[in-house]
Design a protein around this ligand. Sequence first.
Ligand code: SAH
Length: 204
Amino acid sequence: MVTHQIEARGVADERVLAAMRKVPRHEFVPPSRRESAYEDRPLPIGSSQTISQPYVVAVMTELAKVDAKSRVLEVGTGSGYQAAVLAELVAEVYTIEIIESLATGAARTLEHLGYGSVRVRHGDGYRGWPEAAPFDAILVTAAAPIVPPALLEQLVVGGRLVIPVGDGIQQLEVHTRTSTGSRVERVFPVRFVPMTGEVRQSPR
Ligand code: SAH
């Protein structure tokens, strides 16, 4: 999977490739989907949600530009797979999931595979995780109609927010916090499940 679907498509960061080789994706999908676990596509994980396509997980991880000292927040734990990939690379991982059964299941899988240091919280990630902020990077793995302001505020200066923005087909965006605000870079179109909760109530 990593050689043919991720490295061949341009992900070059050796640390990211090594992390992707190490995390057993089949442990994060339902038993009935195990045979497909190393195909480069999203798969259903219950509650109408999906584990992201491995290529997109690798790209988002690379775009976060993290190192062994980084503290990272993920919004949208899902299966816990992206959190495990991050845990291979950084010092601290915090992850929030709005569907309780998925949060509980992901925490169990992470613990079982030796990623028990990942902090999993059940809740709405719209307001981030203020007690643990600031973060060196924040990854949002559900599509948001707008960039949640609290997430930008919870980055260190130079920190990066990687987020799919839009409805339907979304743009993967990287917002880098600067001393005066932030700058944005658009990467490519992606398709994630929608971010739910408070982001849907905020004015556009
Ligand atoms: N990163 C996951 C895939 C995530 S799918 C993985 O590696 O498996 C997107 C997830 O975001 C879904 O589980 C969905 O329930 C969750 N989600 C949607 N809106 C959210 C919100 N406001 N806060 C936290 N999680 C949210």
